[in-house]
Structure formats: C-alpha cells, structure tokens
Write a protein that binds this ligand. Structure first.
Ligand SMILES: [Cu+2]
Length: 172
C-alpha cells in the first residue's frame, strides 16, 4: 500500500522506527486502512461534496485538509480574500493527480504566466483547477476524484506552493 509522506526528508529510518514503535497497543497491521489515515487531523474532517476555500495575502489557504467520496462529483468554491494587487498576489487551486511531484510542478509553474501558471508540460498531472484570482475574485469548479487515495492541491502562483498546499483524501 502507498502512503504519502506528509513531510519529506525525515523518513530515512522508516523500517527501524516502525519496528521499534510499540507505543500503540493495537495491532499495527495495515489491512483495510483508509487512505490518508496517517495524516494528522484527518479524524476531524468529514466527507463533503462541497468544498469552500479562501486564499489570503499571507499566502495561506484557510483550510488544508478535505475528505470526499471517490467517484462522487465535488464542487469547490474558492475566493481570494486578500487586497494585494493581482500582479503581486494572485491565487488559484490546482488539484493534482496522485503521485505528482509537487515541487517539480510548482517550479514548472513559475514561468508559465501566459497559461495562468499551469505549466503546459504538466497538464496531465492536473485534475482540475480554478482560474488565477486577484483580490476579491472568486471561482467555482467541479471535479471528481475517481480513485480512492490522497490528492495534493496547491496554489501555483510563483512562490506560493510552499505555504499554499493541502490534501484531499478520497475515500473508497
Ligand atoms: Cu497563491
């Protein structure tokens, strides 16, 4: 089974850690574990088919974790609630296919100004995206995550994906 490391770079000793980790008294078998079960806070998130999200001048989304049902159509309402001029501080929401290299996508998006910072070379990795929004603007999209799993979303405006990112868990 595939687990997305939520914070890269500190998983070099995975095997040793899990082997010695006996603090959980419950069985550590991973049978039938739900997608994203290892994401901190996932327990507090309910399944929805309507996501509302805002982006702000401090380069953050107001929420970063969602849970949907795989195969079900989802509506996403996104608004840029900031006041900075669009040229300096625009936001979007780009939902990426499972397994997309987020770092690579974010970097490829930087020069892609003419396509709203959606890199033409990586459109296959995009499930859906909002328009790039200036202050006060909003956009609504619908999408379906066909396979259960964990999907990353980011703002692809240059320099934003490091702080503007989140995950959508699609339950079976
Ligand atoms: Cu942004």
């Amino acid at each position: 089974m595939f687990f997305l490391a939520s914070c890269g770079g500190n998983n070099s000793n995975d095997e040793t850690t899990t082997a010695t980790e006996d603090t959980t008294s419950t069985s550590t078998t991973t049978q039938a574990q739900a997608p994203g079960a290892d994401i901190p806070g996932i327990d507090t998130v309910s399944v929805t088919d309507h996501i509302t999200l805002t982006g702000s001048d401090d380069m953050k989304y107001d929420k970063t974790l969602f849970k949907v049902k795989a195969g079900q159509k989802v509506t996403l309402d996104f608004k840029n609630v900031g006041k900075q001029p669009a040229a300096a501080m625009s936001h979007n929401v780009v939902i990426l296919q499972q397994g997309t290299d987020v770092q690579k996508f974010g970097e490829a998006a930087i020069p892609a100004a003419s396509t709203g910072h959606i890199p033409p070379s990586m459109t296959d990795d995009v499930i859906a995206h909002t328009k790039l929004l200036g202050p006060g603007e909003s956009d609504k999209i619908t999408f379906t995550l066909t396979d259960p799993g964990v999907y990353d979303f980011i703002c692809s405006f240059p320099g934003h994906f490091g702080t503007m990112n989140g995950k959508i868990v699609a339950e079976p």
